[in-house]
Design a protein around this ligand. Structure first.
Ligand SMILES: [Zn+2]
Length: 253
């Protein structure tokens, strides 16, 4: 298998773009701004082959045109936005994308936006979840509805525990405060959050996280867990109803 690693490119106040690196060159996921990505490309000194887009929001696509103009990379993104994004290749559920010798599978994850997709590589156990799944959180439901978003999260939850989750924003500590407010007696959650806080205190990102940890600690992935439902006073509700309620509480938090 080709050598393949993921470099984080932080920009704005809390966004992450990802610069994937192999012997073949570079690929970038969600370059919301061109300048920080261009600087990282210069440092790594390899050709940019591909630009991967997860959804149409400006803080994920803002740098695409400038990077494409300079580097001529192939732009890959969701078919649902083919009309409004400058795509060379439009992809949808189940499509495979060769990314620097690794295979990425496209997973449609609508809810935050209708066009939202995630990219998953089984070979390198990586998931680019953008604004669907965050560390200890999930994206706001802007264009879809709660059942749609819950279904999208279920698709990501079905991946293996060892999957590394590369999400679109560093929202972790705010998400952690909310998660703890729901289940304040969960000492394992508190210990997990202490570990994340330590990383932040050292100025380090909390990304990537392990999907196994998200399954255990992320409240938005626990909406069908009877113990969690009971702790929230939501026993007997459907998972999608619990998700809608937890998402609404977070929006007010
Ligand atoms: Zn977004």
């Amino acid at each position: 298998m080709a050598d393949w690693m993921v470099n984080l490119v932080p920009f704005a106040s809390d966004n992450y773009a990802y610069l994937i690196e192999s012997d073949d060159g570079l690929a970038v996921v969600d370059p919301g701004e061109a300048a920080p990505v261009a600087a990282a490309i210069k440092t790594l000194d390899k050709p940019l082959r591909q630009i991967l887009i997860t959804h149409h929001h400006g803080d994920h696509v803002g740098g695409v045109a400038a990077l494409k103009a300079t580097h001529g990379a192939e732009v890959v993104g969701p078919k649902a936005s083919a009309g409004k994004l400058p795509l060379d290749r439009a992809v949808s559920e189940g499509d495979r994308v060769d990314c620097l010798g690794a295979e990425l599978t496209v997973i449609e994850t609508p809810g935050h936006t209708l066009d939202h997709i995630a990219y998953y590589t089984e070979g390198h156990q990586g998931l680019f979840s953008a604004d669907c799944l965050f560390v200890l959180g999930c994206g706001r439901v802007f264009e879809g509805d709660a059942p749609m978003m819950w279904n999208s999260l279920l698709k990501l939850r079905a991946l293996s525990d060892e999957t590394l989750v590369f999400c679109g924003h560093e929202y972790t500590m705010a998400n952690a405060r909310f998660a703890l407010s729901l289940t304040p007696d969960d000492s394992a959650l508190q210990a997990h959050i202490d570990g994340l806080q330590e990383r932040r205190d050292q100025g380090a990102p909390t990304v990537p996280s392990l999907l196994g940890d998200e399954k255990r600690f992320n409240p938005f992935l626990r909406c069908d867990d009877p113990a969690f439902q009971e702790a929230l006073g939501l026993s007997g509700k459907s998972a999608a109803e619990v998700f809608a309620e937890v998402r609404a509480r977070k929006d007010r938090f």
